[in-house]
Design a binder for this molecule. Structure first.
Ligand SMILES: *Cc1c(COP(=O)(O)O)cnc(C)c1O
Length: 393
């Protein structure tokens, strides 16, 4: 038997594609971590079944690969935002139940029916349209969203109770799921949680025997009262905080890196980047890395020269060779400058990669410096990264 282990792995490159080892910006997505996080959330969900929320292209990490990995690991219920996402997911999760959170309206029904997608009906208007659309189609499943205090989507509790008691509704109408969404699940001390829980119990009790679902990632951490029949984790699957600190129990799923294309010596007293807002207090070494705000590396992460620096004192960091290196001056469209003066000479070279988010630079820490949340950083990552997926074991 021959041993091929020393042979370089041949990557098949698409036309115009740069190898992962040479890409300007690159993104490693650990599908094993996503599966492991789903299993962690499943364990925390107790007796409830655990769905997977893969809207917004799997929180920016790729609905096709993420959906396929979770389906392979046993996830049987998925939530997407819009029917197009459901149609994409259907190819990778043939027997799953796929719920579409924004509901159904004229012009979308074909995509629902053709891909066996379950609309989460969010208003009496949508209900009327659904009844008319399925009249000729026959029995078709739907879910009902009930608003218990978010004022976003859903029937009011009164509307839900009226619907449950309405004898004129089509006889075949039987929702497969009743759901609601918490406004303050990230704050266990908020009285909103208990109030929404009580309203949800009242609404759900009018639909006896129908499955119930209240909690996204944060709600799962609120404990078993909040789990009902089905939980709906999203951000937790991707390793992000839903309640402060909860990501410590999860594995980071995405590592974004940018290549150092130049290292330059700069004299004390000179300035860095647009607006000359960063004046160097010492002779410095600067690493220029090939990603910027066009890669979702938000300009608000800049070390200086953006209004946020008055409110959130520290700017963003990168991580390289075990050192946290501050962003110097303003982030530009395609480039970011890091102050690497404190990294020993020889520890970094042109061609090395600076980690933007990942195991050494938690998503939520980067998000805080940008004045935002991990959800927004992930979903903003953009298409310019060269992507590599690590398959689950
Ligand atoms: C986005 C969303 C989720 C998932 O939320 P996370 O905080 O990412 O876990 C669950 N339910 C609804 C209705 C949502 O809109």
């Amino acid at each position: 038997m021959s041993d091929f282990s020393n042979e370089p792995v041949e990557e098949t490159l698409a036309e115009g594609e740069i190898p992962f080892e040479a890409a300007a910006a690159r993104l490693t997505i650990d599908l094993g971590a996503i599966v492991s996080n789903w299993k962690t959330m499943r364990a925390l969900s107790g007796r409830a079944r655990t769905a997977a929320v893969v809207k917004a292209d799997g929180y920016g990490l790729g609905i096709e690969d993420v959906g396929e990995a979770l389906y392979g690991a046993g996830a049987a219920d998925f939530f997407v935002a819009v029917p197009e996402e459901g149609a994409t997911l259907r190819r990778f999760a043939p027997d799953a139940r796929i719920f579409v959170l924004s509901g159904m309206w004229p012009g979308t029904e074909e995509v629902f029916f053709e891909n066996d997608l379950v609309p989460v009906l969010a208003s009496s208007e949508q209900l009327s349209f659904f009844f008319a659309a399925v009249a000729e189609f026959g029995d078709y499943p739907c879910a009902l969203q009930i608003d218990t205090g978010f004022n976003r989507l859903g029937l009011t509790v009164e509307e839900a109770l009226a619907l449950a008691g309405d004898v004129s509704r089509p006889a075949s109408f039987e929702p497969v799921l009743i759901l609601s969404h918490l406004a303050c699940g990230d704050d266990p001390a908020s009285p909103m949680n208990k109030a929404q829980l009580e309203w949800f119990r009242i609404a759900a009790s009018a639909f006896e025997g129908v499955e119930t679902s209240l909690s996204a990632s944060a709600g799962i951490f609120l404990g078993s009262d909040y789990h009902f029949d089905l939980t709906r984790p999203g951000i937790a699957l991707y390793g992000g905080d839903s309640q402060a600190g909860t990501s410590k129990r999860l594995r980071p799923a995405a590592t974004a890196e940018a290549r150092i294309v130049q290292i330059r010596e700069a004299r004390a007293g000179t300035t860095v980047s647009y607006g000359a807002t960063c004046k160097l207090g010492r002779d410095s070494r600067l690493a220029i890395a090939a990603s910027g705000y066009a890669d979702g590396y938000h300009r608000s992460l800049s070390g200086s020269g953006v209004p946020l620096r008055d409110a959130v004192s520290a700017g963003g960091y990168g991580s390289v060779a075990g050192y946290k290196v501050p962003i110097a001056g303003r982030i530009t469209m395609d480039m970011t400058v890091y102050d690497v003066t404190d990294v020993p000479e020889g520890a970094i070279r042109v061609g090395d990669y600076i980690e933007l988010i990942g195991p050494n630079l938690p998503l939520d820490e980067a998000a805080a410096a940008a004045g935002t949340i991990g959800y927004e950083l992930l979903t903003a990552l953009g298409l310019r990264y060269r992507r590599r997926y690590i398959q689950p074991d």
